[in-house]
Design a protein around this ligand. Structure first.
Ligand SMILES: Nc1nc2c(ncn2[C@@H]2O[C@H](COP(=O)(O)OP(=O)(O)OP(=O)(O)O)[C@@H](O)[C@H]2O)c(=O)[nH]1
Ligand SMILES: [Mg+2]
Length: 209
C-alpha cells in the first residue's frame, strides 16, 4: 500500500456499485481498452502496471459482483474498504436505485476511513452508460452535486463506447491517492502538531506498561 522509492507507487482501488451498473466493464476497459459485453460474476483482484508521468505505477483493482446477501456483504465490504487506498463508486445513469446506493457507500467509506479526515478519502463517483442517454433517469447535475458535497471527483462515462473517459477516472483517482499520501506524511498546522504530540504521549504510556 505504500510507494517504494520516488518513481514507484502502488495503489489499491476498490470498485463498488449495485449489480449491472458496469463495474466489471469499466475495469476491463481500463485494463485492456476493450468492451466485451458480458463479464460473469467472479470476484477478482487485478494487478496492472502502467507508467504515468515517468512513474512506475502498480494498480491493484478489486472487482466484486454485487451481492444481495446483506449480512455477509457487510463484513466483506468492511474488508474491502480497509484494504483500499481509493474508491470508484459506480452507478448507471439509467438506474436511480444504483445512484441512491452511492450515497450509502459514501457514508460507509467515510465512517470507516475517518482517520484520513472526511474530505481526504480519494473517491471517484462515476455515472456509467452515458451512451444510453435516451433512458437517463439520473441527471448529470445530481451526480455532480453529490460529488461536490462529498469532496469527490465526478465523471460520466460510457464503458461501452469510450476508453479515454475511463482512463481519466483511474488516473484522476491515482492523483488523489498520491496527494492523500503526501499530506498524511506531512501533518500540517496546529492539528498535525496536536496529533503528533498526543501520538508521542500515548506511545510513552504504552511503553511504560
Ligand atoms: N450500453 C451500455 N452497456 C453497458 C455499459 N457498461 C456495461 N454495460 C452492460 O451492462 C451489463 C452489466 O455490466 P457489468 O460490467 O457486468 O456490471 P457489474 O456492475 O460488474 O455487475 P455485477 O458484477 O453483477 O455486480 C452488461 O451487459 C454490460 O455489457 C455501458 O457503458 N453502456
Ligand atoms: Mg461484475
Amino acid at each position: 500500500m505504500t510507494g517504494s522509492g520516488a518513481l514507484k507507487m502502488d495503489a489499491n482501488i476498490v470498485v463498488l456499485g449495485t449489480d449491472n451498473v458496469g463495474k466489471s466493464a469499466l475495469i476491463v476497459r481500463f485494463l485492456t481498452r476493450r468492451f466485451i459485453g458480458e463479464y460473469g460474476d467472479i470476484e477478482s483482484i487485478y494487478s496492472h502496471n502502467v507508467i504515468v508521468d515517468g512513474r512506475d505505477i502498480s494498480f491493484n483493482i478489486w472487482d466484486s459482483p454485487f451481492s444481495q446477501d446483506a449480512s455477509r456483504e457487510s463484513s466483506t465490504q468492511d474488508k474491502r474498504i480497509q484494504w483500499a487506498d481509493g474508491f470508484v463508486l459506480v452507478y448507471s445513469i439509467c438506474d436511480r436505485v444504483s445512484f441512491n446506493n452511492v450515497a450509502k457507500q459514501l457514508q460507509r467509506i467515510k465512517g470507516t476511513k475517518d482517520y484520513l479526515g472526511g474530505d481526504k478519502v480519494p473517491i471517484a463517483i462515476v455515472g456509467n452508460k452515458r451512451d444510453l442517454h435516451h433512458r437517463r433517469t439520473v441527471p448529470s447535475e445530481e451526480g455532480r452535486m453529490l460529488a461536490l458535497a462529498a469532496g469527490c471527483q465526478f465523471y460520466e462515462v460510457s464503458a461501452a463506447e469510450n476508453y479515454h473517459g475511463v482512463l481519466m477516472v483511474f488516473h484522476g483517482l491515482l492523483e488523489r491517492v498520491r496527494e492523500a499520501r503526501s499530506s498524511a506524511k506531512k501533518p500540517a498546522g496546529i492539528k498535525g502538531i496536536v496529533k503528533s504530540v498526543s501520538a508521542v504521549f500515548s506511545r510513552r504510556r504504552t511503553d511504560s506498561v
